[in-house]
Design a protein around this ligand. Structure first.
Ligand code: HEM
Length: 320
């Protein structure tokens, strides 16, 4: 996939990556955000009602192979799983349509995002980096939150640690435009719900866990049987705002089930596979298009620039 040519977008993408580097330090070969992860593989099976929403290729087939990557937040490759900053957790899903053809879903475990645009998110990160977090009200971060209610709401949303990556719900946040075979389009947001049910720890229980409790549990769990998630889409009503990740839609909006992923095994050569794979927040497939949410095009560039840097660092380390 080529990089976009818009100079402003590219400069903002690079500035965002630089800001993550400034906050977390440089860790060549790792992601500047969601650095600690693990990959599993399995299959996606569409539901009966999925075709009412989209004509996408993975909905028209009996099943499609998938790989997924679970991750902690932060750009620290060794962030303890029980560090509060490791929330929200990430879940990235790749549907492997053919040898060089795929479409992805990116999701995290908080329903929402602190800012509408990438420029504002850069301001948010810069304010965070220059603040004394023991005295937020008197800091630039405090001032940012005071003038950006959506960022304040996001920061204040409880983000409890899950007991397992397989017992967390993940949200796609940015809306997509789904089109079915009759040409009917509706906007929706992914919601990925664990078959095992949600289960979160209170602060004391999380503190008592070890630094690798989630990745350790994932390895144990997958050895004993499949991990399943239902992929739902929360469908917008006409008139709902569909290009702003900070705005929540009313709770009564319909949830359409797209299908189920069943994960059965770890990906071979996991560490290397994580370095190679670059997830794409833009679906690039017939039947699912991006909305006009400004985060989407930007993030596609950010992840591609960052992923190419990661691959180059990995190749250089292998050659050395
Ligand atoms: C302007 C907004 C955002 C910026 C600048 C940003 C930045 C980043 C960066 C730099 C990475 C590492 C990419 C790589 O090296 O491959 C990343 C990964 C990730 N981000 Fe974001 N992000 C943004 C919004 C979001 C949102 C809204 C979500 C939730 C859906 C999200 C979920 C994730 C996930 C799950 C990963 C890990 C992907 C993987 O496993 O490869 N991000 N983000």
């Amino acid at each position: 996939m080529p990089l976009p040519t818009d100079e402003k977008l590219l400069a903002l993408s690079q500035n965002l990556i630089n800001q993550f580097d400034a906050i977390f330090g440089l860790h060549p070969g790792f992601r500047p955000a969601h650095a600690k992860g693990a990959m599993l593989r399995g299959t996606f099976t569409p539901s009966c009602e999925a075709a009412s929403l989209t004509r996408a290729p993975h909905i028209r087939r009996a099943f499609t192979p998938v790989v997924v990557r679970f991750s902690n937040s932060t750009g620290l490759p060794l962030v303890p799983d029980n560090d509060p900053n490791a929330n929200p957790r990430g879940l990235a899903i790749r549907f492997q349509l053919a040898q060089h053809s795929h479409t992805d879903i990116l999701s995290h475990s908080t329903d929402g995002f602190p800012t509408r645009t990438g420029d504002e998110f850069l301001e948010f990160l810069r304010a965070l980096a220059s603040s004394d977090l023991s005295n937020i009200p008197a800091s630039p971060f405090g001032a940012f939150l005071g003038s950006h209610p959506a960022a304040l709401a996001f920061v204040q949303t409880p983000k409890p640690a899950p007991s397992s990556f397989a017992r967390e719900t993940y949200f796609g946040v940015t809306a997509m435009k789904f089109t079915n075979k009759d040409g009917v389009s509706r906007f929706g947001r992914y919601r990925i719900v664990p078959e095992a049910g949600n289960d979160h720890l209170d602060d004391a229980a999380a503190k008592a866990k070890d630094a690798n409790y989630l990745f350790g549990e994932l390895t144990e769990r997958i050895a004993t049987g499949p991990i399943r998630f239902r992929i739902l889409v929360q469908v917008a009503n006409d008139g709902d705002v569909v290009d702003d990740s900070t705005i929540h839609w009313p709770k009564d909006r319909a949830l359409v089930e797209l299908g189920t992923i069943e994960l059965t095994a770890a990906v071979a050569h996991d560490a290397l596979a994580q370095k190679q794979i670059i997830f794409d927040p833009i679906p690039r497939v017939d039947g699912i298009e991006p909305s006009d949410d400004p985060l989407l095009e930007l993030r596609a560039a950010v992840y591609l620039i960052s992923g190419r840097r990661r691959r180059a660092a990995t190749a250089a380390a292998t050659a050395a």
